[in-house]
Design a protein around this ligand. Structure first.
Ligand code: JFZ
Length: 473
């Protein structure tokens, strides 16, 4: 009886395996390359951890105000929220004189903040291009500035040792071929011209600026683009054929079934997961630590382009933003903090202040950020663990101080805590209280607990030694 039952189970198991295989769809235009990528360019992307996002375009001139009326929505959407006719919006091109634009100064501010990469809007939804494009008249050449703004930007940031990435919006409110949906042959033909235009411009960008490290896509959520999974797959291929190391965001694509980010067989598209917009994963989400991902964040609630009035929403403090950087890294993510330069090319004083303050923290603690990722340890209430995979060092990034003045650490089975010290003072060992086999309290001495601080842990892995001995016998 027992035997029969077992064989029945086996048969059922076998059949369900077959069924599972059957339900796997044939996806031709899903994931482009095997993930996670381990090539040098991807490793560098992963180690960079902190980036600067830049939203800059014609919308920076009105800065959220049109005909004396202030619009609370995102400043880069003003053309839509204030219902500005296209021809009127285009006139802004004559006011884009950006006399204060100094890319070397911008790069210096970014460097001081500690960013390792930057992502700049080459073309946002209004269609205005920051580089002199062969494929449109609506670009930097038509402004009083005339010169290649983007080229100067790439040069300055590259010189400062910061990797340059391009943001590109497929959605284009100005292009005559743009459609939200494709419902007729005419729509299909029109959208074909938009796709061709996008492809031309993207390849043009790679050709003109071979230093570019990656592309961040936007405006890819409409049905028209989702219907063209084959095209976007081939576009990713064409871009990577031209520049093999390119790192592309999952926002670029939908597969042939219209599924975005993750294809119909559950595989990530692009090289990293790009859905964390103005939010972070739950701190105990372990699944996310297995992926490459990036969070992009605004300083106000929802302003990317320059808005004149920052009193309309909460403005995040450098402390809040620093905690978000650490939070992202502790779960294997990159953090991209947005800046919206002004219409005259200057960087607003609030952003300068934030860059400086984050920079001070990074100056002392970036060892816990660059090249770091998840520790595998259980999260504690005082903050976030990060770990450097090369050195094996674990960092306790403290943001909330427990009243007892001791900081709990729970190791994994087989691990022993050898030493704890403050970052930058690694010769002075901190007192440790061992509570059980794997639980300790770290007791820091003489720290200013008003500011976040970092404790470095040296952990010994007993398991691996045992395994080693076993392997020898
Ligand atoms: C888009 C743009 O519309 C916006 O202007 C800005 O450039 C931002 C970075 O990207 O807005 C989005 C994109 C994605 C989501 C929400 C707003 N999303 O996935 O929730």
């Amino acid at each position: 009886m027992k035997k029969q039952f077992l064989s029945l189970l086996l048969i059922l198991g076998f059949c369900s395996g077959l069924v599972a295989q059957d339900t796997k769809k044939e996806v031709k235009y899903g994931q482009y390359n095997g993930l996670p990528r381990q090539d040098q360019a991807m490793q560098k992307w992963r180690e960079n951890r902190l980036g600067q996002f830049i939203h800059w375009g014609l919308y920076a001139i009105p800065g959220g105000v049109w005909k004396d009326k202030t619009y609370e929505g995102a400043a880069e959407w003003l053309q839509i929220s204030a219902k500005v006719p296209r021809e009127e919006w285009e006139q802004l091109i004559h006011d884009f004189s950006i006399e204060k634009y100094d890319p070397n100064e911008w790069a210096a501010i970014a460097k001081e903040m500690g960013v390792k990469y930057v992502t700049i809007t080459t073309k946002h939804h209004d269609g205005f291009c920051l580089w002199p494009s062969k494929y449109t008249e609506f670009d930097i050449e038509a402004t009083p500035y005339k010169k290649d703004l983007l080229g100067e930007f790439v040069k300055a940031y590259t010189k400062a040792g910061i990797d340059v990435n391009f943001y590109y919006s497929i959605l284009d409110w100005r292009h005559t071929g743009w459609r939200y949906d494709v419902k007729s042959i005419e729509d299909a033909e029109a959208f074909e011209t938009l796709m061709e235009y996008s492809k031309n411009q993207l390849l043009e960008l790679i050709e003109r600026y071979p230093e570019v490290k990656g592309f961040w896509f936007d405006g890819t959520w409409d049905k028209s683009w989702k219907l063209n999974g084959k095209f976007s797959y081939e576009l990713e291929k064409a871009m990577k054929d031209k520049s093999p190391g390119l790192v592309v965001s999952s926002r670029m694509r939908a597969d042939e079934y219209g599924k975005r980010h993750i294809d119909s067989n559950g595989r990530l598209m692009g090289d990293y997961y790009s859905v964390y917009e103005r939010r972070l994963p739950l701190p105990w989400d372990e699944e996310i630590t297995k992926m490459d991902w990036e969070c992009c964040m605004t300083v106000p609630e929802n302003q990317w382009g320059y808005h004149q009035d920052w009193s309309l929403s909460h403005i995040k403090s450098p402390l809040e933003l620093t905690e978000m950087i650490v939070h992202a890294v502790s779960q294997n993510g990159n953090f991209l903090l947005n800046f919206g330069p002004m219409g005259n090319g200057d960087i607003r004083k609030e952003e300068r202040f934030i860059a400086k303050e984050i920079g001070k923290w990074m100056d002392e603690n970036s060892e816990a950020i660059y090249g770091c990722g998840p520790s595998g340890l259980q999260k504690q209430d005082w903050g976030y663990f990060t770990k450097n995979n090369k050195s094996g060092k674990v960092y306790m990034n403290v943001f909330n101080n427990p009243v007892i003045g001791k900081y709990r650490v729970k190791l994994k089975k087989g691990q022993t805590l050898k030493k704890a010290s403050l970052i930058g003072k690694q010769s002075e060992a901190l007192h440790l209280e061992q509570i059980s086999k794997t639980v300790y309290f770290v007791v820091p001495a003489n720290v200013n607990t008003k500011d976040p601080f970092v404790i470095v842990l040296e952990i010994e892995e007993k398991e691996s030694r045992k395994f080693h001995q076993k392997a020898l016998t």
